[in-house]
Ligand binder design. Sequence first.
Ligand code: BG6
Length: 478
Amino acid sequence: MKLKSGFLWGGALAANQCEGAYLEDGRLPASSDFLPDAAHGRWNAMLHPTNLLQTEYDYYPSREATDFYHRYKDDIRLLSECGIKALRLSISWTRIFPTGEEDTPNEQGLLFYEDLFTECRKYSIEPVVTLCHFDVPIPLIQKYGSWRSRKLISLYEKYASTVFFRYRDLVKYWLTFNEVNMITHIPYLGGGLLVDKEDPDFNQIVYNAAHNQLLASACAVRAGKQINPDFKIGCMMAAGSFYPYSCNPNDVMEACICNNKNYIFIDVQMNGSYSGFARNYFQKLGVTLEEKPEDAALLAQNTCDYLGFSYYSSRLISTNPEHLKKVADGNAVTTLRNPYLSITKWGRQIDPVGLRVTMNDLYSRYHKPLFIVENGLGVEDKLESDNSIHDSYRIDYIDSHIAQMKKAILEDGVECMGYLVWGIIDLISAGGGEMDKRYGLVYVNKHNDGSGDLSRFKKDSFYWYGQKIQNECHEESL
Ligand code: BG6
């Protein structure tokens, strides 16, 4: 059994984690440029960001990142050798509107992405573009409190319309916000919110900011479709279904509740309105969304064409206090330790079957095409003296996830547009700000402290993935 022709095999990157050049060609700083590295307490800074912009750290990894800004031509050529069909990239908002509020966009920023997308097309690589991947212009955070304010909706719409128009013939696949549900877990990364987890208004601030993002996303869909009706505009969530710890009905119900919470925003982007669960949950939390009468129609009329998602692991929940002590640490979303799964040093449990479960859950809920826009294994790699990297563990991870994805598509009837390996070229990790947690099929010679000459080397997984794509595409064409 084969996949449909045109399946988008590829990889994914994000501007804030690879571009660097944070003050070049008119760009001004964005939220992620102010996050320190792991050694200087990145997690703490993300969870308690109130004084983040006033604090001076020794090292800000995003400011140089892996220098993709200067090396993109070589990087795209390298990826073309792997035979990828699609590359997910994000646009850095502050390259286009450096403060977020200019009347006219920054031409140098627009040119950069024009060249980048043209370069992709040169090798028949389809760009898949995220408008907002964990970055907000700093002045919008200082002046408006970021997404707390509805002011950001029109500014984001202006930014979205500008890039939609400029790249209307270069880009077909768009995503409005990266992992829109992460704002409730890591509000600074997810929405530029300087709000402490302990703030009594935390829920009110975060859910209201998310509401503003959902409105902005709907405005972008409306604007994009006017500019080019052929655009495919998707939303994007951090997925991974919750399993119940046992067959105790209370555990099963708890897993159902956790899943419902995780779907709150995507329900709006896919179905056009908040679920009944969401409305009741807001009430329970004491959250009153600052809604306007026109919001409902805007959301209802501008839903997304497809659901992009990241999948790294399934999640596990229990109502038994004993089980609740066994947490798999190190991730933004807390989950219990699943005794059936192996786990990485960074607390990610490896569950390929969970990808199939998740795909079934999502597809039966929304009945619209899915797109796996992030999946991969973040671990340490060893660069050998001959510059080879033997990452058989990554090959196993990707291969087993692809196998389960194919079962979801071919046996369960799930519609899926493509599969993109996260961080296909090593990049700065979003959670830890470190380099040693590597996802790439291409190794970048850079280390946690910022040292390294940034040269690139192909890992074993690079050659394997190239062959895999070739075999899959050959099957498709039979
Ligand atoms: C997703 C993000 O949450 O997971 C990426 O969209 C991120 O930006 C990826 O890099 C992996 O997480 P981490 O923390 O290992 O980089």
